[in-house]
Design a protein around this ligand. Sequence first.
Ligand SMILES: Nc1ncnc2c1ncn2[C@@H]1O[C@H](COP(=O)(O)OP(=O)(O)O)[C@@H](O)[C@H]1O
Ligand SMILES: [Mg+2]
Length: 330
Amino acid sequence: MSDKDVLLKVNNLKKYFPIHGGGLIKPKKMHLKAVDGVSFEIKRGETFGLVGESGCGKSTTGRTIIRLYDPTGGEINFDGTDLAQLSEKEMKPFRKKIQMIFQDPYACLNSRMTVTDIIGEGITTHKIASGAERQERIYSLLEHVGLKKEHANRYPHEFSGGQRQRVGIARALAVEPDLVICDEPISALDVSIQAQVVNMMEDLQNEMGLTYLFIAHDLSMVKHISDRIGVMYLGMLMEVCDSEELYRNPLHPYTKALLSAIPIPDPKITRENKRVVLQGDVLSPIDPPVGCRFASRCPMAQKVCREATPVLEELAPGHHVACHVVKGSV
Ligand SMILES: Nc1ncnc2c1ncn2[C@@H]1O[C@H](COP(=O)(O)OP(=O)(O)O)[C@@H](O)[C@H]1O
Ligand SMILES: [Mg+2]
């Protein structure tokens, strides 16, 4: 794959939040390592799914890429520019090229703005269109996300959750971004409309040539839309590979556990492996010890897993895994 095909290449990305620990007399500087050395790339037009349990650092990864947070370390190579090195001013053109869609559209849509103002804000800020042309664009965007012209003068509270997310999507697409970071865009929606919204997002992607970073806490939500998937655990990537491959041949014990938790709709098919119930405590992300972060819950953990942190390595073509035990048996 040539570099030209890659839109985003994240290398060893770190985001630590400083926190105050210890006692009053002996305060100690500690770090919550929300993202701790994450590397992956997304090709143009591709959807990269990022999954893992709540609190594993998915949102922080997305927010650091878009520079809502300053990275503690690492590179964020977007179309040949390392965003990690840019000043706020230098970031401005990239604030158009990279957009974010959030889980809770209600919280991120200004309740005192009409849909026209919400969608039109970016169009004006980035000087994309004005006057009648701007209004036409807004109508066209509404249509693209399955809403109507009549919705343009309404306020967020007048919509259902699914419709509000459609407004949030229209707002993100209004500035013609290249990359859209979708942070659990369907998690808060009724199950019955989740598929509708995902299908619409796929149609929009094809039509507009978009690249997606699609975040979810559950593998079943990203299966359909993702070309490749990264599985995160406590700030680190445990496994990265093609979506199909991940479901057919998961290698990391954590991925296996996540997959075994997804119910299979057809009663005639049963899984080869029984459901894996994870035991043991989740490590704290605050100054975690060396070793594999999953070792405390891993059914396969050995001595080495508590002594050295495994690195993500390509153990089969295109299949990256961070696990001492898997590496030893491949
Ligand atoms: N602004 C912040 N300040 C301090 N800690 C944070 C902040 N944002 C997130 N965290 C912590 O970072 C970790 C990862 O959080 P987050 O990225 O939101 O996870 P996810 O999106 O996977 O649920 C959590 O332990 C969370 O408490
Ligand atoms: Mg999150």
